[in-house]
Design a protein around this ligand. Structure first.
Ligand code: NAI
Length: 293
């Protein structure tokens, strides 16, 4: 396979972030393949994407034909190994598990052409560590998009120890094509955004657990007091409480600092399956479209 035939962008993991990344790429007129474990999950993901675009038709005035064009550029495929054969870039957005992400990269390394760049959307894991599961560490890099991807104008570009300048440059240019402002980060647990936001969310959960204030009032205080768009508890619900907890655990494991130890209330909610917007119940309640009840 010659490198000029490598024209596919593949997003692996069609959950919250994978849907957002695929949509953002498709919005710029580029085709993208969205991959997940099976066709049922992919069907559900495309359905959620379609619903999200419908809401934007109502709220932000995108047209029905723009929606159709965006969805037409997203091709679902449940065979990850097959669809990466012509990939110039694979972006993984599977859950925040070191073992699973390393296993995925190891598997992809065996089937992707040597030129394919591997991008991870990890929030906390080491890019150098993920890269060491492959024989192409110079082609492995982090692109940390934030949720909701199509709205947040930022992406952190995270270089592992061996990421090459050429890989960095092509990902930096790609971020520009997606209309994102890139911030360059040298690898360190939690990068910039996750490292700073996690103790903030954790503290808000402790304030709630200690009965100091209601969930609503904690969010109102932080929004009105500091001009945030969203309060910490609504933000955690949007991110997914299981994801937030795994970021805290990874940072705690890596750095040993108590501020990252997940609040017991968060652990209890995750164990009970109350994961925030995606399950309809977190610190607040949500309808099936993700609106606060
Ligand atoms: P999610 O749980 O919503 O979606 C993950 C998807 O990956 C699921 O559809 C699952 O079926 C699929 N999957 C799991 N293993 C797979 C495999 N081996 N091959 C193909 N698909 C597989 O997770 P979410 O929230 O989208 O997070 C994904 C990544 O993005 C994580 O690394 C997370 O830390 C990161 N992230 C999440 C943010 C958030 O606000 N939720 C923000 C920024 C980054």
């Amino acid at each position: 396979m010659s490198a000029d035939k490598l024209d596919k962008i593949v997003v692996i993991g069609a959950g919250t972030m994978g849907q957002g990344i695929a949509r953002t790429i498709a919005e710029t007129g580029t085709e993208v393949i969205l991959c997940d474990l099976n066709s049922e999950i992919l069907e559900k993901s495309l359905h959620l994407l379609s619903d999200a675009l419908d809401r934007d038709i109502e709220k932000w005035g995108i047209t029905a034909s723009e929606k159709k064009a965006i969805l037409a550029r997203i091709k679902a495929n449940s065979d990850c190994c097959e669809c990466v054969k012509h990939a110039k870039m694979v972006i993984e957005a599977i859950p925040e598990s070191r073992e699973n992400k390393r296993e995925l990269f190891r598997k992809l390394d065996g089937v992707c052409p040597p030129e394919t760049i591997f991008v991870s959307n990890t929030s906390t894991l080491s890019i150098s560590d993920l890269a060491s599961a492959t024989n192409r560490p110079e082609k492995v890099i982090g692109m940390h998009f934030l949720n909701p991807v199509h709205k947040v104008p930022l992406v952190e570009i995270v270089r592992g120890l061996q990421t090459s300048d050429a890989t960095y440059k092509s990902i930096y240019d790609f971020a520009g094509k997606l209309n994102k402002t890139p911030v360059s980060v040298n690898e360190y647990p939690g990068f910039v955004t996750t490292r700073i936001i996690v103790p903030f969310l954790n503290e808000a959960m402790h304030v709630l657990m200690e009965g100091i204030c209601s969930a609503d009032d904690i969010d109102i205080a932080m929004k009105l007091g500091f001009g945030f768009n969203m309060g910490p508890l609504a933000l955690a619900d949007l991110m997914g409480l299981d994801e937030v907890m795994s970021w805290m655990e990874n940072l705690y494991d890596e750095l040993g600092e108590v501020k990252y130890n997940p609040c017991p209330l968060l652990r209890k909610m995750v164990r009970a399956g109350q994961l925030g917007v995606k399950t309809g119940q977190g610190f607040f309640k949500y309808d099936h479209e993700g609106n606060r009840i």
